[in-house]
Design a protein around this ligand. Sequence first.
Ligand code: 0FX
Length: 251
Amino acid sequence: MSTSKQINKKILILSDNAYLSSSFLSICEELKLDLNEFHFARSPKSNFEIENNPIYKKHKIVNVKDGWKQIVKDYRLVISLHCKQIFPPELIKNVRCINVHPGYNPYNRGWFPQVFSIINKKPLGVTIHEIDEKLDHGKIIVRKKIDIKKSDTSGSLYKRILNLELDLIRKNLTNILEGNYATRDPESDGNINLKKDFNDLLEIDLSKTQTIKETIDLLRALTHEGYKNAYFIDEETGKKIYISLNLFDEN
Ligand code: 0FX
């Protein structure tokens, strides 16, 4: 890829998270970056409305599997902000692709890292990394840990994760755009959780024996404002009864 060919190419911001996507735009403004350099897009399946925002022009909806050739043609950098598509090898081989991941790689890669970190005690945080062929695995540009308090839930941690993601983006974006950074390999392959692993946690087995500590950890891992996650089945009605926890720190 010659420099002259790269010069007219833009930067594609691919996100399925409306809050992150619009906050990224604010950071670009704060840093006085040329907004004409950026195109914002989302995946076909994601359902937030971006049509009314003038910045979300061109390639509003991008399917990376079918559209990778066009992306290679048009863009010199792709940044994934919680994009729910898997990038095909042809794309990552031909364009620098960077992922902002809501977890501390290589631990609890994949789905909803904070849920699994509450349960398995592996480190939690945020990682900005180059995308390679494995999920949430490539060379690390920057990562930072988040402490988990005993009173945290998935929801309280997720708020801190989003704030940390934006903080790391703000501090590192200029260097990332210029390719001016050192990387390090993750220390191991770590572990990975898929959507199915999350779904497998949801039904609480009332006859299972475990400590109260394990039970509280499981329930707070599944407590997230706006979602009905953990449930048990009412034996009499056969219907689900949902559970979430309220935890308060002593003042
Ligand atoms: O977009 P995202 O914040 O992140 C997920 C993956 O965790 C991440 O590793 C991947 N890079 C990204 C593309 O997709 O997920 P979300 O917006 O669907 O959910 C945000 C949080 O909400 C999640 O961490 C836990 C909570 N949640 C979400 C769903 C759908 C629940 O508690 N229950 C749910 O059913």
